[in-house]
Write a protein that binds this ligand. Structure first.
Ligand code: ZN
Length: 387
């Protein structure tokens, strides 16, 4: 499907599948193939709650609504039970990148907590080597760039998070792009893991923190002010605090939004009420992501389609969401700039026009810029009564 005649095509699932995309928030252990879990369990003699695909899908609540985040997280015990060998980890990482590349994700950031994969005695380094090796194998085969985000776990001992932060530092520039904090949010404040983030920041590394998903804006504040988060995972409840919303917008702090996942964990009642629309309209840098391709039964293409169907995102707006995803990537600046140029070309080829904002400066209408940069006209007086 090409739009070289300059006419904007209709938004269809097929078109969204073709567009270049990012997936910045995607968990390795939540994004396996069902068939792979079954095969690995048989090979490793691991007992699963079901031995066929429909039974296993039910056991992990695939795509089903859960009472809360804690119930949703139980599915990970099942997937992690077969991710305890290097072969399994390499394969899961490879297949995830392959699945992403096949829906035209051009940049994928895969997150996981190596500490959940040590049950059979593997060291953290060997676990991480296996995951990076799987991603690299896919990147050699497909048109995709990848990176790993290591996760500390909120509901585990902060000393475990610290070990993972040390691992992230050891792999800086060698496959690991950032450090994250995942796990049960309520009752497990991010500031308990502050030492881990101090180590990460001291080593000039990127951080993102799951926040504002199962807890309110106070959790986002902690992520930003105690942990120095450069991006926020979810941020669904940011809308409850207008002042913090303005802070996040003004500092261009990207939110990694995961629509279906928020519906599945009952963070939002229904998609049409998801704050993604508000965030986009006030100018927050937002992207759409899968969170867990298997457990949430989704893809980035599907998430964009949901934004179109339930939140009225037009093709032009979806293109902006896509561009914001690339802008938010934890890639080195030069690499990102080169990738952005290719993305703009591809978007223009497939939709007939460049994404909004990707225009020459001299073509920008002054009305669009507003008056923020205008020098004050006339005499500028300070109202001393109010200072
Ligand atoms: Zn997540």
């Amino acid at each position: 499907m090409s739009a070289k005649n300059g006419k904007s095509p209709a938004v269809t699932p097929e078109l969204l599948h073709q567009l270049p995309k990012t997936d910045l928030h995607c968990h390795l252990d939540g994004s396996m193939r069902l068939s792979t879990i079954l095969e690995l369990a048989e090979k490793q003699r691991v007992r699963l709650p079901a031995d066929d695909a429909p039974g296993l899908a039910r056991a992990i609540h695939q795509g089903e609504r859960c009472k809360d985040l804690v119930e949703y997280l139980k599915a990970f015990d099942i997937t992690c039970s077969v991710l305890q060998t290097e072969d399994a980890l390499e394969r899961a990482a490879y297949e995830l990148a392959e699945d992403a590349a096949r829906e035209n994700v051009w940049h994928l950031e895969v997150r996981y907590a190596p500490i959940l994969h040590t049950r059979r005695g593997l060291s953290l380094a060997r676990i991480n080597d296996a995951v990076i090796s799987g991603l690299k194998r896919a990147a050699r085969q497909y048109d995709i760039t990848t990176g790993v985000i290591l996760c500390g776990i909120r509901n585990m001992d902060p000393r475990d998070s610290y070990r993972l932060a040390e691992l992230a530092v050891a792999y800086k520039g060698r496959g690991v792009m950032a450090f994250d904090l995942a796990g049960g949010e309520a009752g497990n404040p991010a500031k308990d893991h502050q030492e881990s983030f101090a180590l990460i920041l001291d080593n000039n590394m990127n951080t993102t923190v799951h926040a504002g998903e199962a807890y309110g804006p106070a959790s986002i504040k902690q992520a930003l002010h105690y942990c120095g988060a450069h991006r926020i995972g979810h941020g669904t409840r940011l809308a409850e605090d207008g002042d913090l919303l303005a802070y996040v917008t003004d500092r261009r702090i990207p939110l990694e939004v995961c629509l279906s996942s928020n519906e599945q964990t009952s963070v939002v009642d229904e998609l049409s009420r998801h704050p993604l629309r508000l965030y986009f309209d006030v100018g927050v840098r937002v992207s759409v992501n899968t969170d867990n391709r298997l457990i949430t039964d989704t893809t980035v293409s599907k998430e964009l389609w949901l934004a179109h169907q339930h939140l009225g995102f037009t093709l032009e707006e979806l293109k902006v969401l896509i561009v914001q995803g690339f802008k938010s990537a934890f890639l080195p600046y030069r690499e990102k700039s080169a990738l952005m140029r290719r993305v703009n070309d591809q978007l223009a080829d497939l939709t007939g026009s460049l994404p909004r904002g990707a225009v020459l400066a001299r073509e920008v209408d002054r009305e669009d810029v507003g008056h923020a940069f205008d020098p004050p006209s006339g005499e500028f007086k300070i109202d001393t009564d109010r200072v």
